[in-house]
Design a protein around this ligand. Structure first.
Ligand code: ATP
Length: 417
């Protein structure tokens, strides 16, 4: 079954506002096994909106329209949909009553223009909106299921979930959707795709989607079957072929970020970590501590941004810095080892680099980052050269640092088991 979403509102065509409703709706529709085939954003313009609705009704079996149900002259959804479907608008005393009651409860006078919201398209079911004045409408027209929902997300979401979802579900064959996620670090998206495409392109069920963020590639397999067992078996079949192609680069088989996986591994091993951060400025600590319960394994850290902080807080000798420069293997190792020694943690991560846009040198151009891991087994440092803007360089540095620790912890866990 195909769906189409129309977001109504001239503000959605400005640089200030984004249509986020359709992202929510797409997620909810996908969970029912309904694919979104098209999205439209239309300003508050009667003819354009009417044309968008006419087209959608001819193309799609499910049409969700959000916005433009308010009381003002530029809220045109009711009229435009009625015109597109060749239906009338009827005044509903019942809706007017409900709107009046809402204003009385809020002890506010009702403006006369709110009467506009009491018009219903003939044949439509009214969906009560406890969070606003505009009720939603549900309509079936020539085999198309059409729903009109208010624009504000806090009104739209409960209306969709409470009234539209159950109605849609009742019209669908009973199917279950199961999702499996693999997340990959340390391999570019193009390479991930090149390796696994020969497997996943052979399947239309499960559907595979790949989402790429800086050094964090998410592979989602979504299976839709009559039973959970069938769906799980399909997911197993595909991931059993995909996983060996990515090996250790898969950092989790759950929908969790790197810091959460690292936390899990530290907890399982009963180990602790500390950080000494220069170019990441506390980002690694921020990510680790974003995970609830991280106080059991995250000891603390040093944000040593200036050289003086590296020398006075971590005890790194000025001679070492002078001999190797601050963005160097020797300094990264010294930072990690000092953080480990001073904190008493089992592991310590460090970063020193040039996040840019300024500060690059011939020896260490912008994007150069040394990352080190000090561990009971000894210390290692790696040199990276990240491309892109300052924020991307910092994100990539934190992701790679966490991944360095993740790989070490996985190896230990494999060795122990
Ligand atoms: P109301 O009865 O509150 O006037 P409405 O159905 O007329 O509801 P709009 O006036 O179109 O809704 O939008 C109200 C506000 O809701 C917008 O200013 C915007 O902030 C938010 N909104 C509308 N549509 C969307 C959308 N597609 N995604 C995210 N936010 C939206």
């Amino acid at each position: 079954m195909n769906a189409e979403i129309i977001a109504v509102g001239s503000e959605l065509l400005t640089p200030q506002r984004l249509d986020t409703n359709s992202l929510y709706l797409t997620n909810q529709l996908n969970a029912l096994g309904i694919e979104v085939a098209m999205k439209t954003v239309v300003g508050d313009h009667r003819e354009r909106l009417q044309a968008a609705v006419s087209g959608a009704v001819q193309r799609s079996e499910v049409v969700v329209i959000t916005g433009g149900l308010g009381p003002t002259e530029d809220d045109l959804t009711r009229e435009a949909v009625a015109a597109a479907l060749g239906r009338d608008l009827l005044f509903s005393e019942e809706i007017l009553d409900a709107i009046e009651q809402r204003f009385r409860r809020l002890a506010r006078p009702m403006a006369a223009i709110n009467r506009r919201q009491a018009y219903v398209i003939t044949g439509a079911e009214v969906l009560p909106n406890p969070n606003g004045t505009a009720p939603g409408l549900w309509l079936e027209h020539d085999g198309t299921l059409l729903m009109m929902l208010p624009g504000p997300p806090r009104e739209m979401k409960p209306l969709f979930d409470d009234h539209c979802l159950p109605r849609l579900q009742a019209r669908l064959p009973r199917m279950v959707i199961r999702v499996r996620t693999l997340r990959v670090a340390g391999m570019p998206e193009s390479e991930v795709d090149q390796r696994i495409a020969p497997v996943y392109t052979r399947y239309t069920n499960p559907v595979t989607t790949i989402l790429a963020a800086p050094n964090d590639i998410q592979i989602h397999f979504r299976a839709r079957c009559e039973t959970e067992q069938e769906a799980d078996a399909l997911l197993e079949e595909v991931s059993a072929q995909v996983e060996p192609l990515l090996g250790e680069r898969i950092y989790t088989r759950k929908d969790q970020p790197m810091e959460s996986r690292v936390g899990e591994l530290l907890s399982e091993a009963g180990k602790t970590v500390a950080v000494a951060e220069s170019c990441t400025g506390g980002l690694i600590a921020q990510r680790l501590t974003a995970i609830p319960g991280s106080s059991t394994y995250f000891v603390g850290g040093f944000v040593t941004y200036q050289e003086s902080a590296k020398t006075s807080w971590l005890g790194i000798s000025p001679e070492l810095i002078a001999a190797h420069t601050v963005v160097s293997e020797a300094v990264a190792l010294a930072m990690a080892e000092a953080a480990r020694a001073q904190s008493g943690a089992d592991y310590a991560l460090s970063t020193t680099g040039v996040a840019g846009p300024g500060g690059g040198t011939e020896q260490a151009p912008v994007g150069t980052v040394w990352i080190a891991l000090a561990s009971p087994q000894g210390s290692v440092a790696r040199k990276y050269r990240f491309m892109g803007e300052r924020e991307r360089v910092r994100t990539l540095a934190s992701q790679n640092a966490l991944d360095l620790l993740r790989v070490e912890l996985e190896r230990i866990s494999i060795a122990l088991n």
